[in-house]
Design a protein around this ligand. Structure first.
Ligand SMILES: C[S@@+](CC[C@H](N)C(=O)[O-])C[C@H]1O[C@@H](n2cnc3c(N)ncnc32)[C@H](O)[C@@H]1O
Length: 289
């Protein structure tokens, strides 16, 4: 299967923008069970973009129902926002609620070549609860693609599950276990979880073609491993980001912010990125690596 698909026109499901909003609100409520600090972490994400003056064009990778794109447009209605995902159910909701306020791209982040479908350069790339789904090699390659899509000095913000330091195993386990206990407690109250949400989607016969395509794209895939923040920062530096660090943390969820090297465009291949980093990374940072 090719890594990208042509954007489809309005689907027959969801019926209208109000129905799409309702599906999106249910999805966001599930996300908040997994990310109890989702609102403050996303607020920090947008505050960082504003502080850095990088709000003109934003790419939301693994956009889901468009929750991040929606927040970006709420704050900066003039921003050029691109939302990318590979799940046709998610994309149908995103398109129906946000309409032509976002450019929707249908592409598979797990396959090389996806970035050719995205118009760049952009000021900011946001990923939320996405990168842990990729395997480690693909994750590292994808960061090179992200650097290639950003304008010089642009920013990548990654909000995701990132275990604490492996060098402090009891602390890392404490963070992960407290986080998992919180998730269990929230769902024990009978709240809707991901399988319930998809069951409800399946109950509407109009979703059958979308679900069939989704199964062809995703069946058999497994989530990768959640890389820790330290590992991600090393990978970001190798991919052409000259500053990278944790701006916020809540147990095993964190917000990592990374600035792409200033100067000329990096390019998208690994060798182009490595050449660029060697040429432009500040000497002190290079030594610290
Ligand atoms: C947990 S959801 C998060 C959605 C959104 N970022 C949010 O925070 O609300 C993960 C999203 O990543 C998307 N995704 C997973 N693997 C993908 C891939 N290989 N290519 C593109 N999108 C992918 C899923 O379809 C889903 O919409």
């Amino acid at each position: 299967m090719t890594p990208t698909a042509r954007c489809e026109g309005p689907a027959s499901w969801p019926a209208d923008a109000a129905a799409a909003e309702s599906w999106a609100a249910r999805w966001d409520a599930i996300m908040k069970c997994y990310q109890p600090a989702r609102e403050p972490m996303l607020a920090t994400t947008l505050d960082a973009l504003e502080h850095l003056g990088l709000t003109g064009s934003v790419l939301d990778l693994g956009c889901g129902v468009g929750s991040i794109a929606d927040r970006v447009l709420d704050r900066w209605p003039q921003a050029r926002v691109t939302a990318l995902d590979w799940d046709p159910v998610m994309l149908a909701i995103c398109r129906a609620r946000l309409g032509d306020r976002v450019a929707v791209v249908e592409a598979d982040l797990a396959a090389p070549g996806w970035s050719a479908a995205v118009p760049g350069p952009v000021d900011a790339v946001i990923t939320c609860a996405v990168l842990h789904m990729l395997d480690a090699d693909r994750h590292a390659e994808l960061l090179g693609d992200v650097a290639g899509l950003l304008r010089p000095g642009g920013v990548h913000v990654d909000v995701d599950e990132m275990p604490l330091l492996p060098s402090s195993p009891r602390l890392a386990a404490t963070g992960s276990e407290l986080s998992a206990a919180g998730v269990r407690a929230r769902f024990a109250e009978g709240r809707e979880d991901v399988p319930d949400w998809y069951s409800a989607v399946t109950a509407d016969p109009a979703t059958a073609p979308l679900l069939d395509l989704r199964a062809r794209r995703f069946d058999g895939r497994q989530d990768g491993r959640s890389a820790g923040a330290g590992e991600r920062i090393v990978a970001l530096r190798a991919a052409g980001f000259f500053e990278a660090g944790v701006l916020a943390r809540a147990l095993d969820q964190a917000v990592v912010v990374a600035l792409r090297c200033p100067g000329r465009q990096v390019g998208t291949t690994r060798s182009q990125v490595v050449r660029h980093v060697r040429a432009e990374i500040p000497a002190g940072v290079a030594r610290a690596r």
